[in-house]
Design a protein around this ligand. Structure first.
Ligand code: PEP
Ligand code: MN
Length: 456
């Protein structure tokens, strides 16, 4: 059975908000315990089977979405735009990579953020740091920055309506590859990324037309799969949404299909690892550049002692400068200890810089360089680069530098909207997907000499 919430909180339990009214916190947790689950255990098992394909080199996962979802950002248009970017990227990856690709949103639960500092000071005034809409408000006032446990309920409701819309889109045919031309309706028309995309969508349309002329009709073309994931940070929320699967009697955290443990909460003796060792969802763990082989192996032993396929994925965020030094040791160390895990590259979180004018940003070239390092290392080791983890938005924000429109430092304040980390805009995200698809296609072609890589 899963450990009691109080016992977990008595352990090393990093990044948890402190509430000034513990009775109100307990009441919110109790309220959550009585609400319906957001996902079904059977769906988590389906995703685990996909993640097993990733670990075994049979599929590629595109994990992406906002750094921090917000209650105000919950609009149909914003969700649709994000889904469109993810679907477009996944199309580029599966066509260029000639590999099954599935999409795992950073969505419907990404409402809590780990912070490196508990407080924030502006113009001599110090207030608690913003910890995500599930905890407190972004506005820099004492009232807004106060931790409010009722926000846990709002996060649940926001996740619920987001998932509802995403499920409706996918069930209603929005993810049908025959719709590929419409996914890019919002893209800036004159970018070179856009032209590549038009070409891709056109080729796919002709290929499908040909297949249908031959009498081949496949339901897989229509019902794009879409799973939801978020960083499982707040134990109040994750514990309260854990339910026992009536089919098997096993506990699942029903706040999302896949949950990942962040770089700041993955202590081997910590509450997060202890809790997630007990639920049956597929799991991710972020690994930063200081991760030792012993830590990675320890995590695999704790979180997947029974070697269940697809249970554990390591999401490395090592930085462009370190990926080539650190990744080979981690991959071989984990394999030598007898563990098969999925390897996914997060090229965002090891490449964050602050400009002279104070903007937190990331260089497109650094992210592309980390991805190149990730693919090179796996190619040299003969292991499988299983996926990418990207912070992106469907809007035309100006938060990361370079890419399709060569955004410069002077452009940053035009549409800098993130409340936390800088995200790729839709053109930058698609451009990155095209670059990755080329690397993937080349690796797949080498493994299967009957296939030529698709040249963009
Ligand atoms: C994140 O994914 O937004 C995040 C905080 O990542 P990490 O745990 O890798 O720092
Ligand atoms: Mn982030």
């Amino acid at each position: 059975m899963i450990p009691a919430l109080d016992d977990l909180k008595a352990m090393t339990c990093a990044q948890q908000p402190v509430y000034d009214d513990p009775a109100a916190e307990a009441a919110a947790v109790e309220q959550l315990r009585n609400l319906p689950p957001l996902v079904f255990a059977g769906e988590c098992d389906d995703l685990k089977a996909r993640m097993a394909d990733v670990a075994a080199g049979r599929a590629f996962v595109l994990q992406g979405g906002d750094c921090a979802e917000t209650f105000d950002g919950l609009t149909a248009n914003a969700i649709k735009a994000r889904i469109r970017v993810l679907l477009s990227m996944s199309l580029a990856l599966s066509y260029g990579g000639q590999t099954p690709v599935f999409t795992l949103g950073r969505i419907a639960g990404q409402y809590a953020k780990p912070r490196s500092s508990d407080n924030e000071t502006r113009d001599g005034i110090t207030l608690p740091a913003y910890r995500g809409d599930a905890v407190n408000g972004f506005e820099f006032t004492p009232v807004s920055r106060r931790n409010d446990p009722q926000r846990l309920i709002r996060a649940y409701n926001a996740a619920s309506s987001t998932l509802n819309l995403v499920r409706a889109f996918m069930a209603g045919g929005f993810g049908d590859v025959r719709q590929a031309h419409t996914w890019n309706a919002l893209f800036v028309r004159d970018s070179h990324v856009q032209k590549r995309y038009e070409q891709l969508a056109g080729e796919i349309e002709r290929a499908i037309g040909f297949m249908e002329a031959c009498g081949i009709r496949d339901e897989n073309m229509r019902s794009g799969e879409f799973f939801a994931s978020h960083e499982a940070l707040l134990l109040d929320y994750e514990h309260a949404l854990t339910r026992v699967d009536f089919r098997t009697g096993l506990p699942y955290d029903t706040s999302g299909h896949l949950l990942w443990i962040g770089e700041r909460t993955r202590q081997l003796d910590g509450a997060h690892v202890e809790f997630f060792a007990h639920v049956r969802n597929p799991l991710g763990v972020k690994l930063g550049a200081t991760t030792t082989v012993a830590e990675a192996v320890g995590l695999a032993e704790r979180l997947n002692p029974d070697h269940e396929p697809g249970r554990l994925t390591f999401i490395t965020r090592l930085g462009a400068a370190k990926v080539r030094d650190v990744l080979p040791g981690l991959v071989t160390g984990v394999a030598d200890a007898g563990h098969e895990v999925g390897w996914v590259c997060d090229p965002m979180h090891g490449n964050t810089i602050t400009t002279a004018s104070g903007f937190k940003t990331r260089l497109f070239t650094d992210m592309a360089a980390e991805l190149d390092g990730f693919f090179d290392v796996h190619e040299e080791l003969g292991t499988w680069p299983g996926g990418i983890h990207i912070e992106l938005t469907g809007e035309d924000v100006t938060e990361c530098l370079g890419g399709a429109f060569e955004l410069s430092e002077d452009d940053l304040d035009t549409h800098y909207e993130t409340l936390c980390d800088p995200r790729l805009n839709r053109n930058q995200a698609l451009e990155l997907a095209f670059q990755v698809s080329q690397r993937l296609g080349a690796i797949v072609a080498k493994r299967r000499p009957d296939r030529d890589p698709v040249d963009w």
